[in-house]
Design a protein around this ligand. Sequence first.
Ligand SMILES: [Zn+2]
Length: 215
Amino acid sequence: MGLLTIRKYGDPILRETCQPPNEISDATRLLIDDMAKTMYEYKGVGLAAPQVGVRERVVIVDSNQELICLVNPEILSREGREVASEGCLSVPDVEVDVKRATKIIVEGLDREGKRVKLTLDGLAARAMQHEIDHLNGILIIDYLSFVKRQLVKKQLLKKRPRKSGTPVRGRNAIFFCEIHMRDKSKLKTGRCHQITKWTQRTRNGIVSPTKMCRN
Ligand SMILES: [Zn+2]
């Protein structure tokens, strides 16, 4: 079992609509186990597959020391409405008031591929609705007003860590490939010249130039 990397706001996979897996295989079960390990490590109450870079309709929720995993979850009915504050491991340091049903009936497949129908309320119902949103490319910030959303988006993009290989200063600054960016001790051997495509944000939008490692 391994810890997975949580994809953060700005990663395009978080905006995709996920597909049902073809079958529930050992790979699906391994994904569920790794997702659970990751969720507990980061103290989340739920996690959806796209948050760990997998475009499949798989979610897990644990709101009360009981792990629920569902493949292809489908909400059959909703009852009650309540506004409460939510956070998200993919949208760090942001809390958003979201109105959700207080009780839901959800159907899906369990880790063995058996069809199950669950009645959830309280935090479990809220977390399940939040995770199903992820499968449809919806994030908590989408529940904010337009003006607030723009503000939060700007803050989130500013906070993103600098990508390896990003030049340190200026447009024509020296570029290093990921390996040489990480391992500076190998610099100045002058033999790499690896050409990498990467994304650059400029005044005119986003461009994807190719650059040659100057090591
Ligand atoms: Zn989330």
